[in-house]
Ligand binder design. Structure first.
Ligand code: PLP
Length: 377
């Protein structure tokens, strides 16, 4: 059996080696390291894939979130509602911009932000909602967009984990995750579904004016060379990363299909075990691209299982072990533990299994059997 890894980037590289190496070589010959032809080509190709008007590449996903919020002109004191159960980058940039993060609880089945909890958290100072499409599954965008419209709020999608997923809207048909809100942010961190070989990120929007504003912000607030109209940042995708992303974008649907296959195999193997709750897909089969395959392990057995997997050499992840509202940096007197019952439970029960494009049936068989044997004893 091949060694089991949480993510197998080396195996994936074998399939795109020639194209990636050729791209790297071209960039070396051209010495076009920043804003070269590969960056422009990637931008166009991603716009086409997502069917969105503007993709603005930047240095990483955290920057993308920050720049999206800067582009919308959010001001200190504005309240931004986001999920308690997610990676800290989302709340971090809200706080960095001196906006006020308002964390709310999530849905126990999908782990995504609960629209009813968003409603309860709205105040006259609320300006934006940041749904995170967690673990590869789109949040309930119909409900979120309806709330946003009613209260005149911006929607910033954190699409770092769900690139390629389709959202099936009752009202507006099928669209790609990250193309529904006012603006979206994504990450090309190596382990993401569309990952490069370093750091990278992008902002998406259909709004021409916002796109123009953001293109200036990523480049020191310059709209005309050496004229700085707004306070900006320096956030760029480099050409090497763009060359990797171009090769991978062509295969993104195949990669996501391979993840889904692995997820189906896992779920089948676990189907009759009461201590294991397999991922719940709220929509059609293409609405989840399984950035993570995350189980809930009941009856207080999660930590024991984690220890057992470690002993058996099976990698796993606990995403996420601490709710954001209990992180030291984001403590706030307004929070009440009884408003976070779902997240408080999830942090004790979730465990994510190896998930990538190169998993084979033998590996999945070994992983699932090890888990079942442990829980059965
Ligand atoms: C990875 C991730 C980010 C941050 O992306 P970086 O490129 O690492 O800065 C933000 N939000 C979520 C949900 C993520 O998973």
């Amino acid at each position: 059996m091949k060694k089991i890894q949480m993510v197998d980037l080396k195996g994936q590289y074998q399939g795109i080696k020639e194209e990636v190496n050729r791209g790297m070589q071209e960039i070396l010959e051209e010495t076009s390291f920043i804003n070269g032809p590969h960056v422009h080509a990637f931008q166009k190709e991603l716009e086409e894939y997502l069917n969105i008007k503007h993709v603005i590449p930047c240095a990483n996903g955290t920057d993308a979130l920050q720049i999206a919020m800067m582009g919308l002109g959010l001001k200190p004191g504005d309240e931004v509602i986001t999920a308690d159960f997610t990676f800290a980058a989302t709340v971090e940039v809200i706080a960095l911009l001196q906006l006020t993060p308002v964390l709310v609880d999530v849905d126990p089945d999908t782990f995504n932000i609960d629209p009813e909890e968003i409603r309860k958290a709205i105040t006259p100072n609320t300006k934006a909602i940041v749904p995170v499409h967690l673990f590869g599954q789109t949040a309930d965008m119909d409900a979120i967009m309806r709330i946003a419209k009613e209260h005149d709020l911006y929607v910033i999608e954190d699409n770092a984990q769900a690139i390629g997923a389709n959202y099936h809207s009752v009202e507006n048909g099928i669209s790609k995750a990250g193309t529904i809100g006012d603006v979206s942010a994504t990450s090309f961190f190596p382990s993401k579904n569309l990952g490069c070989y370093g750091d990278g990120g992008a902002i998406f929007t259909n709004n021409d004016e916002l796109a123009h504003t953001i293109r200036g912000i990523v480049n020191h607030g310059m709209y005309e060379r050496y004229h700085h109209d707004v306070v900006g940042v320096n956030s760029r995708l480099d050409s090497f990363q763009a060359a990797v992303l171009r090769a991978k974008l062509k295969n993104l649907d195949l990669y996501n299909e391979a993840r889904k296959e692995a997820a189906i195999n896992y779920t089948e193997a676990f189907s009759s075990y009461t201590d294991i709750v397999t991922p719940v897909r709220s929509g059609d089969c293409d609405s989840h691209v399984f950035h993570q395959y995350t189980l809930k392990i009941g009856n207080g057995k999660r930590d024991g299982l984690a220890k057992h997997l470690q002993e058996k050499g099976i990698p796993f992840g606990i995403y996420y072990p601490i709710p954001l509202h209990r992180q030291k940096a984001y403590l706030d007197d307004r929070y009440n533990e009884k408003d976070f019952t779902v997240t408080n439970q999830l942090v004790k029960e979730v465990i994510s299994l190896p998930m990538h494009t190169e998993l084979d049936e033998e590996q999945i068989q070994y992983i699932t059997q090890t888990i079942i044997n442990y829980l059965n004893q």
